[in-house]
Design a protein around this ligand. Sequence first.
Ligand code: GLA
Length: 394
Amino acid sequence: MMPSPVASYESIADSLRQRFERSYGTRPRIFRAPGRVNLIGEHTDYNDGFVMPAAIEFYTWVAADRRGDPVLRVESDQFSEAAEWPLDGLSGAPRKHWSDYVRGVAAVLQAAGCPLSGANLVIHGQVPLGAGLSSSAALEVSTALALLSVSNYQLPPLELAKLCQRAEHEYAGTRCGIMDQFIATFGRSGHALMLDCRSLDYKLLPVPEEARLVICNSMVKHELAAGQYNLRRADCEAGVRLLQQHLPNVRALRDVTLPDLEKHRDELPEVVYRRCRHVVTENQRVLEAADALQSGDLARFGRLMYESHRSLRDDYEVSCRELDLLGELAATGEGVYGARMTGGGFGGCTVNLVRADAADRFQRYIMEAYAKDAGKTPEVYVCSAAQGAGPWQS
Ligand code: GLA
């Protein structure tokens, strides 16, 4: 069980400020950006489709101040080794080091024409790492806000989210979609966000009072950059190329209907067909889920979550034994509307929509049952939808 992260915001900001002052002797500004949980719509963002993430109450915090020389220096309280670069030496091959994210963001901001000043940064991460809760987007977006602020430069939030996505492509090697950076930037307290990843139009959907988002961390670390993520994306692109030969108006899997896909099934390699089927059906599920949420039909929303999980497990093949187990256990829990893996997959977390009055009991139940079956103690977070990135004012 985890204590509520909200209770500790003041003390996080205080100790970050103190640490910064000890290291650099000046008073920093503080920025933060949240992790996220995706309620439904997985692996649809890079197919121009629909997603429904919510920001969560775990943030990445960045304390920052300007330096007199053209140098960027960063330290983190999660990693012992600090990093430092001259501002005219930011680009270059990633080192597979945590600081690649920071350097990557600085490099893409600079390449986009932002005149960066030298800066000192100290980072504190609350978002569990490698848990599929998008600690990397939280780090990118909070770093971007901090760098822009010390450089007295402004960018529209959408531009900022897109540049952070680019940093992830170029410096972390994951050809991710826009979901994570978008929700870290635009998340709204109490709301999930239904995002059209083609037009980037979004709608805020209130998460009903009577429900809680319970996140269960399987404690299996995912490794998106290990290549499986990019392979799935390549399968989707292969599907689009083959389908375009028959359906010239298709630009992305977003444009393919299930009857279209079934009609051309024999033209696709079997694996590519299944990847496409996941994306096509998942987009449909997000639209239905938005409808269910708006009409307060949580039972229907929950059924769609279970269906999404099955599709990710069987067609997209990005689940793992532990995530399946968490989903199966949730289905036998009291007061659970639905459960599914969330994020890129291959480990990480499930998201569970649970009746508010049953959330604590569910938390105890799933911890015990998972520990018994999987031999690992999960972390379970009872979350509310949180506010997106911004400056911290204490
Ligand atoms: C990761 C990526 C996102 C998205 C999800 C899967 O979190 O960063 O862009 O593709 O996986 O839905």
